[in-house]
Write a new protein. Structure first.
Length: 170
């Protein structure tokens, strides 16, 4: 039998995560632009359906460990990590953070990982796969949220460390 408090704890953490993102984005005066859905947006496909947009316009944020440090790659919804490109960029093999560890390391749970209000020491990179769009939709800390941003806005609000080319389109 499943422990009902596990789901309650997870939901409470998710609410705290989106509220951290909301507070973070408030400093830029854009917190009201966060969209919350009555359905899940935890995957690219679900987010695209909730938003009514093409899946490739979802700015998914992937969590990796490089030399013991959290690295987030924000990429187009149709992009996949290219291991050779990743290794050339970060000088280590692409090693995703285990789903159960993502929230503790990055500050957001899987399904709501985003480039905003992340834990100190986490580096955010934007993949060039996003540059073909005028606007994209990253999550906002929960499995049922997103925000529409232009690429210059994503650069500004994510506090990104730089642009990288570590993906291949599928």
């Amino acid at each position: 039998m499943q422990n009902p408090s596990v789901g309650t704890h997870q939901k409470r953490e998710e609410i705290m995560s989106i509220e951290r993102v909301r507070a973070y984005l408030k400093q830029f005066g854009i917190e009201e632009r966060i969209q919350e859905f009555s359905v899940s947006s935890a995957t690219v496909e679900l987010a695209a359906a909730a938003l009514g947009c093409a899946p490739e316009r979802i700015a998914k944020t992937l969590s990796f460990l490089a030399d013991g440090q959290a690295v987030l790659i924000c990429a187009a919804g149709d992009a996949k990590i290219d291991n050779a490109k990743y290794k050339a960029q970060f000088h280590t093999k692409a090693k995703m953070i285990a789903p159960a560890e993502v929230e503790g390391i990055v500050g957001h749970a899987v399904g709501g990982v985003c480039p905003f209000a992340v834990k100190e020491g986490t580096k955010v990179y934007l993949d060039v796969s996003l540059k073909r769009f005028e606007t994209v939709f990253p999550a906002c800390g929960s499995a049922n949220s997103a925000i529409c941003l232009t690429i210059p806005e994503l650069e500004k609000y994510s506090g990104y460390a730089g642009w990288v080319d570590v993906c291949k389109e599928t």
